[in-house]
Write a protein of this length. Structure first.
Length: 78
């Protein structure tokens, strides 16, 4: 069984939360256009000036997301 990986984009500044939410729209569009599966797409406010957008994918599918979307970082999802 493949692990789940969380690919993360970091956004900073006063509009970080809105930017992260908007990035999620593009992540969903990408998965639809490319017919790719994923576990979850969401954003999270870390502080007033820092938010993240992320997509959780199977480890087997990670290379296409990593190579095409260039996330800032990644981690093993719980």
């Amino acid at each position: 069984m493949s692990r789940k990986l969380k690919l993360i984009w970091d956004f900073r500044g006063p509009n970080a939360k809105k930017t992260a939410e908007h990035h999620c729209i593009h992540l969903k569009e990408f998965t639809t256009l490319e017919k790719l599966s994923f576990h979850k797409i969401d954003s999270e406010k870390i502080s007033d000036f820092y938010a993240i957008a992320y997509i959780t994918v199977s480890e087997n599918d990670m290379p296409i997301f990593r190579d095409r979307l260039k996330p800032h970082r990644g981690e093993v999802a719980p």
